[in-house]
Design a protein around this ligand. Structure first.
Ligand code: 13P
Ligand code: SF4
Length: 434
């Protein structure tokens, strides 16, 4: 099976030649270009953007990091030259550098990774290489920040393209969460009830800035991943009357619903509106206040796609990520983190057809790795995570060759105080048990 990028190049070329749509489609022909073209467009426009792909329609806050210009030689180098240069630099660096690749990263980059996994597995994988001076994180910004928090101070975490952020993480800014918190404190006060439960516990999804993890650490809160969200919510309900969950409304809603929280007790907090768009009583009656954030990749999945998969492949096993909307999770056979999806496929002993609701690079890789099964993405349009896609082999070659020369570029550093508070929230997560 060809890689996502190869498929996009082919579709775009054929469409241009024939002047019409061909079999297969992509959400943006601009995906076929080198990401440096968007770096340039952003610097000319003076505003950051997520580039083509699933998040292209989302607003990137002005504070979103931008990538400076990639040196020309890396833009001009062909695939074979970049491959040779990456391999040579990696060989020269040896154990001094470790390359991490997220499940959603494109194959052209993942092939060089020493570890491939989900965001938390990768942050921990870095711990197994204390001798590595540099951790090259081929994922997105919040993942690199987490790796910096968990790694030794002398280890440098490098994000090959600084514009590889996460549009969902950017939907909850530190200032807007602080403002929300102040408004909630005015309504709820700060005194615990008779059972000793405080009015509200902040819970942040791993897909958030280090600043928000630190906010949770400072305010009696906790971090969760998509694998442990249920355990973490139970932890929070033992200590609080209600939860403020950010940034992903869908993970929050799907998890709280599975715990029996009624939908009417899960109001949404829209940071652009007074009281998040709610009245006081609704907030007082709430159990989970959901931040108005979402993932634009997982938002693309819908119930009609599941119905089509069931009609086309009777007996199909539909598994989706819990960042998908509630109706999609309800209509699926299973929902879980990227690691859950991987393990569900590995556990199937008989040839099975799987329709998967998560990012296309991961789904195609699972299909290639498990030829005994039929595995396809529920979304028929090739639309990768735009930000993850901005890490092209050219950027990897650049950061590695700079390292060989003794220069660290694109280092991600989290301030010491932020680190200390974020660690508190991460340690609470690690200590939380079902
Ligand atoms: P994981 O935490 O499972 O790696 O997922 C990260 C992500 O961005 C999902 O959209
Ligand atoms: Fe963020 Fe969605 Fe991309 Fe995951 S898939 S990194 S949540 S934008």
């Amino acid at each position: 099976m060809s890689s996502v990028n190869t498929a996009i190049q082919l579709i775009t070329r054929e469409e241009a030649e024939k002047g019409r749509s061909v079999a297969g489609s992509t959400c943006s022909p601009a995906l076929a270009k080198g990401p440096w073209e968007y770096d340039l467009a952003e610097s000319l426009a003076g505003v950051p953007a997520y580039g083509p792909g699933a998040s292209s329609g989302d607003d990137a806050p002005r504070s979103t990091p931008r990538q400076g210009q990639l040196p020309e030689e890396y833009k001009l180098a062909g695939d074979a030259e970049l491959d040779a240069r990456i391999r040579a630099a990696k060989k020269k660096l040896g154990s001094r550098a470790v390359i991490l690749g997220h499940f959603y990263q494109r194959d052209e980059v993942v092939q060089y990774a020493d570890f491939v996994g989900d965001s938390f597995q990768l942050a921990n994988a870095a711990l197994t290489r204390p001798d590595a001076e540099a951790i090259i994180f081929c994922g997105v910004h919040f993942m690199a920040e987490t790796a910096d928090i968990l790694s030794a101070p002398e280890q440098a975490v490098i994000l090959p393209n600084l514009a590889a952020g996460c549009s969902m993480a950017d939907m909850a800014g530190e200032d807007s969460v602080e403002e929300c918190w102040e408004q909630l404190e005015e309504i709820f006060g700060t005194e615990p009830d008779d059972a000793g439960r405080v009015p509200v516990i902040p819970v942040t999804y791993m897909n958030s800035s280090a600043a928000l993890k630190a906010f949770c650490g400072r305010n009696g809160g906790i971090v969760c991943t998509s694998s442990n969200a249920k355990t973490v919510l139970e932890w929070a309900f033992e200590r609080g009357q209600r939860v403020l969950f950010f940034p992903d409304q869908h993970l929050g809603r799907n998890t709280a619903k599975a715990l029996g929280v009624p939908l009417e007790q899960m109001p949404m907090w829209n940071p652009r509106k007074e009281l998040g768009g709610n009245d006081e009583q609704t907030l007082l009656d709430s159990r989970v206040i959901l931040w108005h954030g979402f993932c634009s990749v997982h938002k693309r999945f819908n119930v009609a796609q599941i119905e089509k998969a069931r009609a086309d492949f009777p007996g199909v096993n539909v598994i989706v990520h819990p960042e998908c909307p509630m109706e999609v999770v309800d209509a699926a056979d299973g929902a879980g983190s990227t690691d859950f999806i991987k393990k569900a496929i590995a556990a199937a002993t008989e040839p099975t057809t799987f329709a998967i609701g998560t990012e296309i690079n991961m789904v195609n890789r699972l299909a290639a790795e498990n030829p005994q099964h039929t595995i396809f993405c529920l979304d028929p349009v090739i639309c990768p995570c735009s930000t993850m896609y901005r890490i092209h082999p050219g950027y990897l070659a650049w950061v590695l060759e700079e390292l060989v020369e003794g220069r660290i570029v694109n280092r991600i550093t989290v301030d010491d105080t932020v680190q200390a508070n974020a660690k508190i929230a991460l340690e609470r997560m690690l200590a939380a048990r079902p």
